[in-house]
Design a protein around this ligand. Sequence first.
Ligand SMILES: [Zn+2]
Length: 148
Amino acid sequence: MSCKSGNSSVQDGGCEFRGFPSKCHCGLDVVIYTSKTKQNPGRPFFRCPTLNDDHLFKWVEDCVYEEVVDTKSKISIIDNEINNAKSEVQVEISELKWMINELKENGTWSKREIKRIKVWLVCICLTVTVIVILLLFTTKNQNLVIGY
Ligand SMILES: [Zn+2]
């Protein structure tokens, strides 16, 4: 939307800014006025304080419209960014869930391994004990033989 208005009683001095203007192209701060014409009674507008026809003139409602349009597109961009971030977070959450399951499975494997090792240790201890007992018996018998 341009700064120009067909209903303007004051000629448009050109608009180089979207939304609310703060300065005219001449460098002066714009001033807000209220129209007192029959066509636009009470309608607010921005205007350069020089009141020259080729300086800034802009209806406040046009500024509001531009601000709303620009803000709407910014909100749309932010909304897209939020949706992208949400999907990235969901991917990361599913990766973390997968990693947790992997760790749980590894933990289960470790517990199984420990049980197997314990069983093997018990078997080895029993075997060693049996061998020691057998050795003791055989050495006692040999001592008896030697002593005899
Ligand atoms: Zn000006």
